[in-house]
Ligand binder design. Sequence first.
Ligand code: NAP
Length: 245
Amino acid sequence: MRFTDKVAIITGAASGIGLATAKRLGSEGARVVIADLDEEAAQTAAATVREVGAPDVLTSTCDVSKEVQVKNTVKDTLQKFGRLDIVVNNAGLMIFKPLEEHEESDWLNVLRVDLLGAFFFTKQAFLTMKAGGAIVNVSSVHAIETTPLVSSYAAAKAALLSLTRSAALEGKPKGIRVNAVLPGAIDTPMLWENPNVKSGQEVINPADVGKPEQVAATIAYLASDDATFVQGAMVRADGGRLSRL
Ligand code: NAP
């Protein structure tokens, strides 16, 4: 039970990797805050997180791209649980368009969710967390190598790695660790709704498709005291897909 007495906020936790992470941390003793856009989906997720043994679960309707909503989620967390130990910046948005069809608003929407959302939570965490806290940012292999039509997403996920490095440097004197995980192709709605995958333009070998629980296990490691000397790390969870020529 690595997370007994700890409190964890997980964004985008109503589905996919976020939900698997909420279940993993909850099953290891964390009190979990499910921060997601859709209150009904968050409530359904909360029930499954309780079922695996989480001692307590709070749902918080939160659009991570809105700083005021992020502040409210952190405030509600502190009000209910009196502490914040872990933040998993998992909520993500992907837009599929050729570069020449991308509008400024597309870029801003993706950057607001995938980059600024993590910044807003990091800022609140730095203002409220005690030494021993941990932040895990969910980036993507697209931060390193990418496919056509996802320029804004690839750029945002690369910038999230840069934010991870900066936050790790500034977090160290506060005793707060900041690390990133880079999932490959993971069996969640986001993967199968990907038009590149649907059209067959991006072919994924079934052996290269991981489960959300496998990414959640990596996130749980980075969030746990098993990783007390891991700071600013960028850990791929892609089954080795990125290594292949
Ligand atoms: P998912 O199943 O679609 O879950 C994402 C969750 O985030 C959904 O519940 C979604 O709510 C929520 N969300 C979206 N925008 C939000 C916002 N502004 N504020 C709060 N919540 C928001 O996706 P996933 O595959 O688990 O993805 C989780 C993370 O992993 C993302 O950052 C993604 O980029 C990254 N990732 C995924 C893969 C993959 O292959 N699946 C690979 C690499 C990286 P709605 O459903 O209501 O929109």
